[in-house]
Design a protein around this ligand. Sequence first.
Ligand SMILES: Nc1ncnc2c1ncn2[C@@H]1O[C@H](COP(=O)(O)OP(=O)(O)OP(=O)(O)O)[C@@H](O)[C@H]1O
Length: 401
Amino acid sequence: MEENEVLVNVEGVSKKFCKDLKTSLWYGVKDLVSNVYGNKNERALRNKEFWAVKDVSFQLRRGECLGLIGHNGAGKSTLLKILNGLLMPDAGKVTIKGRVGALIELGAGFNPILTGRENIYNNGAVLGFTKKEINAKVEDIIDFAEIREFIDMPVQNYSSGMKVRLGFAVAAQMEPDVLIIDEVLAVGDLGFIMKCFKTIDNLLDNTAIIYVSHNMPTVSRLCDHVILMEKGKSVFQGDEVGKAIDLYYKSFGDNDTQVIYTNGSLELLSANLLNSTKSIDNIPQINWKEDLVLNFKFKLKEKIEVPLFRILIYDKEQRPLAIFDPNYNPDLITINEGYLDFNVLHEGLQLSKGVYSINVTAFKRNSNEPILRMNGVITFQILHKEDHFQPFLLESTFIQK
Ligand SMILES: Nc1ncnc2c1ncn2[C@@H]1O[C@H](COP(=O)(O)OP(=O)(O)OP(=O)(O)O)[C@@H](O)[C@H]1O
C-alpha cells in the first residue's frame, strides 16, 4: 500500500438549495423533465436558490486529517453529505477510493425500529462487509460503544450519546479508508470523546479523516489541513492550521469590551499592553516568553479605598486560563486625585501562540463585593513559530543523568 495515495479527490463541487419548499418541488419536476430530454440542469441560480457549497476542490491522502470549519450554515454538513454519497452535487466531481465510514447526523444511518445489534449488521453490509466479517467484529463494536446492556433494544429508545457511541464504534471498528466525522461527537460524554480521539490517532496512519467541528482546540489537535468555509465557498485552505483558526475567530469580529457589572463607583479609562512593539489589526503582539506589562487607568467616581483587582487571561473560546495574583497588599498602588494608574507585570509569559483577552474584576477589599466587572479589556497575541493545542508552552531543560 502506497503511503500517501490520494483517497479523496474533490473537484469543483457545488450544490444549490432552494429556500422555499414549494418552489424547490417545482424546480425538481422541471429538472426531471429537462433531464429526460437530455438537457443538463441549469447551473445558474434561479429565483430563491442559493449555493450551499460552491466550487470546493481538495485532495486528501491516507494519513491526513482535514478539518472543515466555518460558521453555522457555511455548508460543511452539505459537503460531507456529498462526500458520503447522501447528496448529489449539481456540479463537480468526487472520487473516493476505498471504504467510507461516516458519522454524520445523529442517528443517520440507523434504522430506529431495529435493535443496536441489527443496525451493526445493516451498517456493516452497507460498508461492504460479509456477515462472517461482521460476526468477527460485532463484539468489539459493542465493547467499544460500551452499550452491551442496551444492544438488543431498538435504537429509537437510545439516548443521543448512546447513538453516537454506536455510530462511532461502527464507523471506527470497520477499519475505513476514509472516515468522515461531523460535530456529533460533541454529544458523547468526556470519557467517550477521549476514547474517540485515541481511536482517531490510531486510525490516522491508514485512514484519511475529514473532521467537522466548531471546537477549535480539537481541530488543532487532530487536523493537519483545514478548509475554512464561508457561505458555501472555501475562503482559506491549506496546512497552516493555526492561520485558518485565527481567520475563523477573526470572522466573528473582535469581542468588544463589555461592562458586565458596575456599581457606579469606578470607571475604566484605558487598558493597554505597554511593551508590545508590533500590532496587527489593532491587536498588540508580543513574542512567546516576553514580559507582559499591562497598564490600567481608572477614575474613581466615589470615594472608595483601593479595590482588589482580579485579572484573568481568557482564550478565544472564553475559557479562563490564568489569574494574576491580586493586589492583597493595599499599599502597592495608591489613589492619586481620584485616579488609579498602575501596571501589572508578569515576566516571561509562556502562553502558546494565539490570541488571548483580559477580563478584570474590582472587588471591595473587605467584603469581596464586586464593584466593576469587565470583559475583553485587552486583547493580545502571542507569537511563536509553532502552533500548540495546549494553552501553555513551558520552557524546559532536558538533563542527561
Ligand atoms: N435539504 C436542504 N434544503 C434546503 N436548504 C438546505 C438543505 N440542507 C441544508 N440547507 C441549507 O444549506 C446551507 C448550508 O447548510 P449546512 O448544514 O451544510 O451548514 P453547516 O456549515 O454544516 O452548518 P452548522 O455549523 O450549523 O452545522 C444552510 O443555509 C442550510 O439552511
